[in-house]
Design a protein around this ligand. Sequence first.
Ligand code: SF4
Length: 689
Amino acid sequence: MANDEYSALSYASSRFHTVRRRTVEVKVGAVGVGASHPVRIQSMTTSDTQDVAATVKQSIALAEVGCEIVRITAPNVAAAKCLQDIRAQFTAAGFAHIPLVADIHFLPSAAMEAVEHVEKVRVNPGNYADKKKFAVKEYTDSAYDQELERLHETFSPLVKRAKELGRAMRIGTNHGSLSDRIMNRYGDTPLGMVESALEFLRIARSHSYHDIILSMKASNPKVMIQAYRLLVSRMAQEDMHYPLHLGVTEAGDGEDGRIKSSIGIGSLLLDGLGDTIRVSLTEDSVYEIPVAQAIAAKAMSLWRTPALSSQPSALSSDSIDPYHFTRREPEVLKITEHCVVGPEQPPRVIVRVDSTGQLAEAAKVLAQPKLKDTPAEGLLVPINTLGDLATLCEVAATTELPVAFLALELGPTLLPEVLQPILALSKGRMMLVRKFSGEEAAIFTAFVDLARRHGQFLAADIAPADLPAFEDTLKELGDAGLVFTLSTTAPSAGHAVGAYRQLAQALKAAGSDAPVWIRNTAATAVQGDNSFLSKLIEASFLTGSLLCDGVGDLLSIETEADVARATKLAYNVLQGAGARISKTEFVACPSCGRTLFDLQTTTQRIRAQTGHLKGVKIAIMGCIVNGPGEMADADFGYVGGAPGKINLYVGKNCVQYNIPQAEADGRLIALIREHGKWADPEPHQLSLA
Ligand code: SF4
């Protein structure tokens, strides 16, 4: 089936409000997932499963910080047998109410053992009785059907036993471990991921087994978002309503790991999809829980019942294709020689200060060498009075501002005539930023005229509902020098991602291709608070979701007052969404009981040595389970091959086997040099390591 056939299918009741998708309830032990239950938080132990004491200890630590479902790897039958003791000891410690999940790859025999002891079993359709050797082979329809029959035989015993015992199951597809059969027929695509799960789902349903949860994980949030949407769309077509487990695999650690997870999981939760989540971080698992809880709390605060939705099928009026990435093509806006906004350009970063009095200090901070590779390009300052204008003139005369342009956020009383002198005197580039109500088409025209007369720009903040009132004016004026943005969104209008989608739609209706500036403000937040984690999640939700939808040409994270942090956060969100690459991209697995080296210290060590290689993608994987697939679009891979031994990859090809770990960093760097991707760090980059 061609991908296009999915475009017309609906995956969400609304693209503007969060209307929770209707699902059946699946009981994982005592914990209900889906239906009217809250989003369940889960994580995974990282100890060797056969070390029962360590695994119980980690499970308790997770439960104590709020983990509601604990997953444990079962790489072989011996480990699966240990689940019995782990379950017993965990229960004896007072955690009978927390279900355990066995994570299975490759071995049906391990699954058959594990299902006896724990409340849920996760299978990966890519490697459960299937193989992945990157073999290229054409399957005829009958050869493909034979393979499906073989799958039916191998998977059915587990399904039947799970049904007898009342166990739940996750059919958990990973982008990185699709079987050769799926890869050859559907390619390395979201569609392949969906079909891979559906094959297993059909077998389960043939036995009238329905305690199923599905996942479609990938390390690339865009791929993951598209795959989940496609899955839901496909299931809806067949009247299937199983809950979803959301997660971004190999997200990495620190700010980057949190951002990638928040983009992927948040985008889907805002769409109303998702019933249980795991934030995978290359850190101790307990650190995943507060992030997951914060993400879930924000999304759940938006839940509306379908009956309350004023837009039962709003998808039909949104022309963004949710299943394929296509960037909205904006009109080119040449701010300076080096700061151009347009379809071939990366989104531009703007930071905000609260008053003109902070400009000089902000200029100093933004000029620091540590921001050389991630410069703020615009500086936004509120101008409400003539006094503010006077201070601005003073600062501009005495201070060199290390940005391409100043954005002046104008109060409603400042009219074009009072701004005329500063625009006439200014030698730098300026963007006037103003909110216009639906009755202000004439004032809007006056501001466009003012900006154009002085070769400057205008960012118009117009609510999507008011934009139709500007249609004629916009058609007459054209897009030159114009940007559109939203600094607030009315809660009744839905979430801010929806408001920006509506803005893009309204601009299209008005025939405008003007660039869109995504403003992360307190008023566009789902549920903001002053913690950095909250700001990070909000920025990932709004900016990340929109960038993955192809919308957004400039961005500002105005909730963060520290301009250096706001700049870094903006670049990290851009990197997480794959919209602007400013440093090395690391794909690092979260580690589990299969891990063959210390992932946290190794990731930090490799990052310290290679973090300055802009545009290079390095995968660091504890074992080979998801390795080669996820590394297919990584340039280099550092993978656990055996205890104390590392395999190095170039793309998906293993080029060095079983290197002693002590030599592996040096060999990796040598490999990067050999492939012409090495650069010695500059002094300011050394200080970052
Ligand atoms: S890739 Fe990492 S998280 Fe995945 S199974 Fe291997 S060690 Fe565990």
